[in-house]
Design a protein around this ligand. Structure first.
Ligand code: GDP
Length: 478
């Protein structure tokens, strides 16, 4: 069904959408029913499941009760800007009871683990070292739920702010329990009680008010209240979360952060979710694969193996995975490589299919000859309205065979914007820019969608090019 029709039918159904927009499954089903099609929704997950199963690898592992062992909770710190998320992550790092001379120095690898004393037992907690709900949401969007508990930081001298609410909404939507860190209690004008009151309205009721959310008053700056906060995290973990994993199997997990390092090549921090990862293991994460050549922890120390909830920086991958890509260990390198290659091919195909739908001026003649296209759709953007009008008028005067139509679907003054590109994708149009250029977003989108944008600074040149392509594309007579 041509994208334009889809948009029209959607519009009639009361849904304003462009052809490149994402819609939810139920909208697709209604759309399909309306057009007389049966819609089958296949998620990327389903596709990947099929791929893995073709290699005899289970998409999700099922564990026997008796193989499960307790694992540390994984925590993300969220909250409004400047409320002290970064400072708190620093203070927590310093509170590590195992921090010796070497332990004191930490490196940013995207996540770290600290040890804390809880009921006379030393226990570990893993922190995602990228504060904020943006990273959290981006990972979830990729299907990766890594966070067990969220620490919501609220500055006592500022109270709840828009991003406080946003963050707690995201955590609640993900079903992740929240521990509130009322920060900056040392600051002038700090009013921790007010924070407690304010958050009751959002369903976070403190224990002292009869609720079950743990609030801890801290000063990230002075390092006060940090142990109590860590205690609250472990209490929350023990109270309602069944945080267990089987360490005795091939490792699986998620890539948290990755980059290309000059000397070491691709370095990716992965969080182990089950099993144990060892140096020498063959792994695949997203479209990156390889053997684990070395593993480095948050202190920069080389380690040989990593157990569930442990973040480690892995060296030896063929390329840089994306945050949120899952990883699995495979029996051999070949399997890892084949899975990665199949995923890459699937991605490339999806990209190509997208770009192939669009048309360039050069493709036009051919499409017309094949009887596939009868009109050339144009969008004109120019720096001054006089030029846009002049160009439009002259274009409409081009004389062509009446089987071919030239349609100017949109015109305007100013830079070529993303919405122009959107329109072009829907109506398969070509964009003419007269003394104007696309902004960055528009350019990126056009490249991604395969939209042809042409630039002119002389009206005659534009006319000449369009005319010859229109003439060249006249339907051959039989
Ligand atoms: P983020 O944007 O949430 O990561 O906030 P930062 O951690 O960068 O902190 C913002 C500012 O608040 C910095 O100037 C910190 O020094 C300051 N700050 C953070 N925690 C505290 C605290 O406990 N007390 C006081 N007085 N200032 C703090």
């Amino acid at each position: 069904v041509p994208p334009g029709n889809l948009v029209t039918v959607l519009f009639q159904l009361g849904e304003m959408a462009t052809a490149t927009e994402s819609l939810d499954g139920s909208t697709f089903e209604v759309l399909g029913a309306e057009l007389g099609y049966k819609i089958e929704i296949v998620s990327l997950e389903d596709e990947d499941k099929e791929l893995l199963e073709s290699f005899d690898i289970a998409f999700e592992v099922e564990e026997d009760e008796e193989d499960l062992q307790i694992r540390p909770p994984v925590v993300t710190v969220m909250g409004h800007v400047d409320h002290g998320k970064t400072k708190l992550l620093d203070a927590i790092r310093k509170a590590d009871v195992t921090a010796g001379e070497a332990g004191g120095i930490t490196q940013h690898i995207g996540a770290y683990q600290v040890w804390t004393e809880h009921d006379d037992i030393e226990r570990a907690i893993t922190f995602i070292d990228t504060p904020g709900h943006e990273a959290f949401t981006a990972m979830r969007a990729r299907g990766a739920d890594v966070t067990d508990i969220a620490i919501l930081v609220v500055a006592a001298d500022d109270g709840i702010m828009p991003q406080t609410i946003e963050a707690l909404n995201h955590a609640q939507a993900a079903g992740v329990p929240i521990v509130v860190a009322v920060n900056k209690i040392d600051a002038e004008g700090a009013n921790p009680d007010k924070v407690l009151q304010q958050l009751t309205e959002y369903g976070l009721v403190a224990e002292e008010y009869g609720g079950d959310t743990m609030f801890r008053r801290v000063s990230a700056l002075k390092g006060e209240g940090i142990n109590e906060l860590l205690d609250a995290v472990l209490l929350t973990a023990d109270a309602g979360l069944d945080l267990r994993a089987n360490p005795n199997r091939q490792a699986r997990g998620v890539a948290i952060e990755a980059k290309l390092d000059k000397g070491r090549g691709s370095v990716a921090t992965v969080l182990i979710q089950s099993g144990t990862l060892r140096v020498g293991d063959a792994i695949v994460t997203g479209t990156a694969y390889g053997r684990v050549r070395a593993m480095v922890d948050e202190h920069g120390e080389h380690i040989e193996e990593a157990m569930p909830s442990r973040p480690v920086q892995v060296q030896g991958l063929s390329s840089v995975p994306r945050a949120g890509d899952s990883f699995i260990v495979t029996d051999d390198d070949r399997t890892a490589r084949q899975i990665a290659e199949k995923r890459e091919a699937a991605e490339r195909n999806a990209q190509l299919a997208k770009a192939r739908k669009r048309i360039s001026l050069e493709d036009f003649t051919k499409a017309l000859e094949d009887g596939k296209i009868e009109s050339l759709n144009l969008i004109i953007k120019g720096d001054v309205s006089g030029a846009v009008e002049a160009l439009e008028e002259s274009l409409l005067k081009i004389e062509v065979d009446d089987t071919v139509q030239l349609r100017i679907i949109h015109r305007g003054v100013g830079a070529i914007t993303e919405s122009d590109v959107n329109l072009a994708t829907i109506d398969n149009a070509i964009i003419l820019g007269f003394n104007v250029r696309p902004d960055t977003k528009a350019r990126e989108r056009a490249t991604r969608e395969g939209v042809d944008i042409r630039f002119y600074s002389v009206i005659y040149n534009a006319l000449d090019e369009i005319e010859s392509s229109l003439k060249g594309m006249l339907k051959p007579e039989f």
